[in-house]
Write a new protein. Sequence first.
Length: 194
Amino acid sequence: MLGRDFSGTGRSPFDPGSAIARDEGMQTELHESAIETRPAMLEGYGGGDDVPLGGYALLAGTYATLFAAGLARLRKKLPRRYSLGDLFLLGIATHKLSRTLVKAKVTSPIRAPFVRYEGSAGVGELKESSRGHGLRRAIGDLLTCPWCAGPWIAAPLFFGFVSRPRTTRALAAVATAVTISDFLQHAQVAAKEA
């Protein structure tokens, strides 16, 4: 189908010499330059740094769309109130899972395409920085910031809590127990050093 002649000229529209192919090539060039060029109102925002605003916008839009879709799907199941215990459980689990995603050695294969290894950051954690440009850099920024990754972890935990509360509480309880264990490990090391 791609090579068929629909114009009556006897040439495929994807033949490099055809007018359609030339127009598509021109559109590609224009599209790429439009991506690289910021609107005048955004010029100077990065202060000389390469800030991937387009990538950030795509990630924020994706998050908002997924979150809105989750709310729409589960709106009849949404509780009217949340217990303080459940909020603490989900909050501590979000903290631990976010930190595990963006700092742990064992999750470095997830981050590797988007970040640059810089060294150890302490017990079981790595120091990394984002790399690349555009969306790749934006994802790298997301995967090196526990505060940025927090909403991406909290949302599925929340939707899990609404749709499968027992399973989500079990997962959150394990992450919370590990967080408590981590603090106790650090306290024990600090006590030995003192």
